[in-house]
Design a protein. Structure first.
Length: 616
């Protein structure tokens, strides 16, 4: 049996060490070239992953070939056995002659490992820590769609009363209550009711018990704000909804610049009263302050406008940009801008101008997505743990059909803020677009339970429809339309037409308008649609319906499956940035194997996907 020195001598004789060193260094160089090449050619991140896999698989092959063969003037030949005394002569060489080959091999292995690690960093989701779905179910609490199953103490922050001398600081007192709510939401051992749920009841005179029953919470925070010049007085109290008793109360009279410290102190006092851990090193870690109080004021106003959706998004963007102009290093303002820019892309009717075609809408959406991504990345440079920036980035990835990166970003957001209603909304959207309807429905239910916004019901109804629960979907739409008194969420009206076509309820088909792209269909066109459906006659349909969102559904209802899938293809081709969860509706099940539908899935990077509905 050979000694280890003889074995290493054999490796040196067969030039295995030399091949190891050369292979590793060359592989590292190839990876450095491959990265800019992939960027220049617009290749996906998986290109680098495949290159690494090939190089790693080729490494042991190269070593085996180096051991078994050698290059001679006559070509590749099988390596002959060592001549008598050849191995002993190598072993007898001084260290200075023997070690360089081994060091070269170590250098090669190190270079190969370093190159693989570098590619891993390059292709990892930027600004997000990827969590597995198994990790997400625990760390992000995704299974708890029923709030009654959540064991954490539950709390709501009621709108603070404006006690300012002129009574003109309601937006500031509302913003202060919302900011305290957001600070408390960062304490993962608390469940905090969403702002919309409490502010929707702002002017109602309810007892503590009635607030608790309505919001399904065990505790309340109520208070007041008096802002005068550079001074602010904030009072707050923690109330047990079971008996109305006060568990804690305090008042803070400070310079306005101390407003962030007051928020942290209130959160710390609440956590102590409810005996839950902050989960952080200090209460100050719960807030992200700015030294410019005017920027803070603008930010609060921007968040309020953004929640309204529709035309208010333009004003929200203006307010966030004004806040950034005053403090360009404040992450929350950048994150707010990122979310508002991404959301604006879905409301072309408020862009200005006249985006009358799907191509126009797509052309206008591209720069909004880029601006949203840039703002989100800037926010994450300033604060990697700001959840709303991860939400915006996840939505940008989703809109580009980069499903894996989008999911990682949403999971990161929820790991940072388990009660972020917007994260649940957007993540549910991604899952439903991928055909993971059962998972998306659980998240949509959670979003609605936390925050009764019209846009939440738009999503909820869409996923219910895809889950083959049409009656429930129509009822959810009815609720959303009732809440959307300003008509800002136009998708609710389009979906109403879509689902009533499927339900065969033609009398109420256009009860809330047609939702035809940016403008409405004429009464003549609406009558033609109803006539076609009642008589089963597609010939009476006007050509203007080719681009309407619900055209594929209409054609399927008329038995025109080939035309329906072609309309679907045109929609996807003309506007890559779009919500595609409607493609998973049961009405389209008969065309799932149609070659055009399969090509649509391939174009959306969803090849092989099938609708995963909840069990019946």
């Amino acid at each position: 049996m050979k000694s280890h020195q003889e074995f290493f001598a054999e490796l040196k004789r067969r030039k295995v060490f030399k091949v190891t060193g050369v292979y590793g260094v060359v592989a590292f160089g190839l990876l450095q070239v491959a990265d800019p090449l992939a960027t220049a050619l617009g290749l996906p991140d998986t290109f680098l992953t495949y290159i690494v896999a090939l190089l790693l698989l080729g490494f042991p092959v190269a070593l085996v070939l180096a051991w078994a063969f050698e290059v001679t003037p006559d070509g590749m030949q099988k390596t002959e056995a060592a001549a008598p005394g050849e191995i002993e002569a190598i072993v007898a060489l001084p260290v200075s002659k023997r070690w360089p080959a081994g060091l070269m091999a170590l250098l090669g292995v190190g270079a190969l490992i370093a190159g693989a690690w570098w590619v891993g960093r390059q292709t990892a989701p930027e600004g997000a820590t990827a969590l597995s779905r198994e990790e997400a179910s625990g760390a992000v609490r995704l299974p708890m769609t029923n709030l009654a199953d959540d064991p954490r103490p539950s709390i709501a922050v009621l709108p603070f009363a404006d006690m300012s001398p002129d009574g003109d600081q309601e937006y500031f007192s509302d913003g202060m209550a919302e900011e305290i709510l957001n600070v408390l939401a960062k304490i993962t051992e608390l469940r905090v009711a969403a702002r919309t749920s409490t502010f929707a009841l702002k002017d109602q005179d309810l007892t503590a018990a009635e607030w608790g029953d309505t919001l399904r919470v065990a505790y309340l925070i109520e208070g007041s704000v008096r802002k005068s010049g550079n001074q602010v007085r904030i009072t707050a109290q923690l109330i047990d909804t079971a008996d109305g008793s006060h568990l804690w109360t305090d008042a803070y009279t400070r310079p306005l610049v101390d407003v962030f410290q007051i928020q942290a102190e209130i959160a710390e006092a609440v956590a102590q009263a409810l005996t839950v851990p902050l989960g952080l090193q200090a209460a100050s870690d719960l807030v992200t302050p700015t030294a410019d109080l005017e920027a803070y004021d603008l930010y609060l106003a921007g968040r309020a406008r953004m929640k309204e959706r529709g035309p208010s998004l333009n004003e929200a963007i203006r307010l966030f940009e004004a806040a950034i102009a005053r403090d360009s290093t404040w992450a929350p303002a950048w994150a707010g801008l990122a979310e508002a820019k991404e959301l604006l892309g879905w409301y072309p009717e408020v862009w200005g101008g006249d985006p009358v075609s799907l191509e126009d809408i797509h052309a206008g959406m591209v720069p909004l997505q880029e601006a949203s991504e840039n703002a989100a990345r800037r926010a994450l440079e300033l604060d990697p743990n700001i959840a709303s920036a991860h939400v915006a980035l996840g939505s940008v990835y989703r809109n580009r059909n980069d499903w894996e990166k989008g999911e990682a970003a949403y999971l990161r957001a929820l790991s940072l803020d388990p009660d972020n209603g917007e994260a649940y909304q957007q993540y549910a959207e991604l899952l439903s677009e991928m055909g993971r309807i059962d998972e998306g429905l659980r998240l949509a239910e959670r979003a609605v339970a936390m925050d009764r916004l019209p846009v939440r019901y738009l999503l909820f109804s869409g996923i219910l429809g895809s889950d083959d629960r049409l009656d429930e979907a129509i009822e959810a739409l009815r609720t959303g339309i009732k809440l959307d008194s300003e008509g800002s969420v136009t998708g609710l009206r389009r979906r109403w037409v879509n689902f009533n076509i499927q339900a065969g309820t033609y009398d109420s088909l256009f009860a809330y308008g047609s939702g035809f792209r940016v403008q409405e269909l004429t009464e003549e066109h609406q009558a033609a649609v109803i006539e076609a459906l009642r008589n089963g006659d597609p010939s009476v349909l006007p050509p203007e319906l080719e681009e309407v969102e619900w055209a594929p559904t209409l054609l399927m209802a008329l038995g025109q499956s080939d035309e329906a899938v072609e309309a679907m293809r045109r929609s996807v081709a003309a506007r890559p940035f779009q919500n595609t969860n409607w493609t998973w509706g049961p009405i389209f099940d008969p065309i799932r194997e149609h070659p055009v539908f399969l090509q649509i899935l391939k174009d959306l990077d969803l090849e092989g996907a099938v609708p995963q509905r909840t069990p019946r």
